[in-house]
Ligand binder design. Structure first.
Ligand code: NAD
Ligand code: IPM
Ligand code: MN
Length: 353
């Protein structure tokens, strides 16, 4: 029996999480394993209800379950609150409290969607890399931080153990993936913290003689992902650079609405699409649920040791796309589009009874 806490959050969060929960329930019925899904308020939705973006109840529930499923948080309604009270700060708090230091963001291009990318088919076809983004350190958490009338400041800091543990995971993943290549991305030409990052990644690399390690500056990396995404297999990088590079990776695959992620630590794990709450399309039943459904596939793989369920989900997504199902974000101009719920239903149909 698995206990899952779902925290749909704001904007399109509840719409895409509903689709992912339907997929979870369907698979549990089909294969006869028991799951309990408990929903908790989070983000702006929680603030409006309880006056807190992250209540103790929600945080405790997240700590006591086997896996958390997150939609997204944030939106214009709460963006003028002081930083420590913003929904985004609550997301950072959850990641930190659960010790989710590694954010795995796979960017894989589905054949059916090659024409949905804004890049040429030949450039994107066959793209398959994964970003290991450090998630509980760097400039997102460094002190001091703040702003006053005259200036604003943040601090980018990495400790040895923080670099070591994410680097180790990236090297181990490269060993499993077969291509045995890791690219570490930093800004060591300018930032001391990045030089430290680079030195530490190379020190850890000594334990992984079979892996080829490269270094790339983040500005060049942004360009290289667009120029030739196929050159990458495993990317390891810090919190801020990983955030930005993974949105670029999202567009390679056709849409931000396609990219899942797993945020993992030593004990806990949370599964979240890489996209945000998309206030511009919220409440219209048009958001792409695939990133969140594919995040459930990552949950089966990383938290439940059921890789065959993950495979089934990927195959069902592929089949729905091959059949021509397109939410607006992945449709070609003039192509017929389906809603969030129709896309979810199609994926569930392809999972089989
Ligand atoms: P966003 O990712 O919400 O949206 C960017 C663009 O992509 C929008 O045009 C949106 O419509 C589109 N898009 C995103 N997901 C989509 C989907 N599933 N289907 C179709 N289209 C999709 O980024 P933003 O607009 O910069 O941020 C909006 C809010 O979300 C902000 O408050 C931000 O802080 C928050 N945010 C939260 C998370 C999270 O909770 N993990 C991640 C990113 C941004
Ligand atoms: C993401 C988001 C978050 C981040 C924000 C909302 C805190 O952009 O999950 O990619 O920067 O980590
Ligand atoms: Mn982001």
């Amino acid at each position: 029996m698995y206990k899952i806490v779902s925290i749909p959050g704001d904007g399109i969060g509840p719409e895409v999480v509903a689709g992912a929960v339907d997929v979870l329930r369907h698979l549990s019925k089909k294969h006869g394993f028991e799951i309990v899904i408990e929903e908790h308020p989070f983000g702006g939705a929680s603030y409006d209800l309880h006056g807190s973006m992250l209540t103790d109840e929600t945080l405790t529930a997240c700590k006591e379950c086997d896996a958390v499923l997150l939609g997204a948080v944030g939106g214009p309604k709460w963006e003028n609150l002081p930083h420590e009270h913003k929904p985004e700060a609550a997301l950072l708090k959850i990641r930190r409290e659960l010790g989710l230091f590694a954010n795995l963001r796979p960017a894989k291009v589905y054949d059916a969607l090659i024409d949905a990318s804004s890049l040429k088919a030949d450039v994107v076809r066959g793209t398959d890399f994964i970003v290991f983004r450090e998630l509980t350190g760097g400039i997102y958490f460094g002190e001091p931080r703040g702003y006053d009338e005259g200036k604003g400041w943040n601090t980018m800091v990495y400790e040895k153990y923080e670099v070591e543990r994410i680097a180790r995971l990236a090297f181990e993943a490269a060993q499993k993936r077969g291509s045995k290549k890791v690219m570490s991305i930093d800004k060591a030409n300018v930032l001391e913290v990045s030089q430290f990052w680079r030195n530490e990644v190379h020190r850890v690399h000594r334990d992984f003689g079979d892996i080829e390690l490269g270094d790339m500056y983040v500005d060049n990396a942004a360009m290289q992902i667009v120029r030739n995404p196929k050159q990458f297999d495993v990317i390891v990088t810090g919190n801020l650079f990983g955030d930005i590079l993974s949105d670029i990776a999202g567009m390679i695959t056709g849409s931000l609405g396609m990219l899942p992620s797993a945020s993992i630590g030593r004990i806990h794990a949370m599964y979240e699409p890489i996209h945000g709450s998309a206030p511009d399309i919220a409440g219209k039943n048009i958001a792409n649920p695939i990133a969140t459904i594919a995040s459930v596939a990552m949950m089966f793989e990383h938290s439940f040791c059921m890789p065959e369920m993950a495979t089934q989900i990927h195959e069902a997504i592929e089949a729905a796309l091959a059949q021509g199902m397109r939410t607006a974000d992945i449709a070609a101009p003039g192509e017929k589009t389906v809603s969030t719920t129709e896309m979810t239903a199609a994926i569930i149909r392809h999972l089989g009874a």
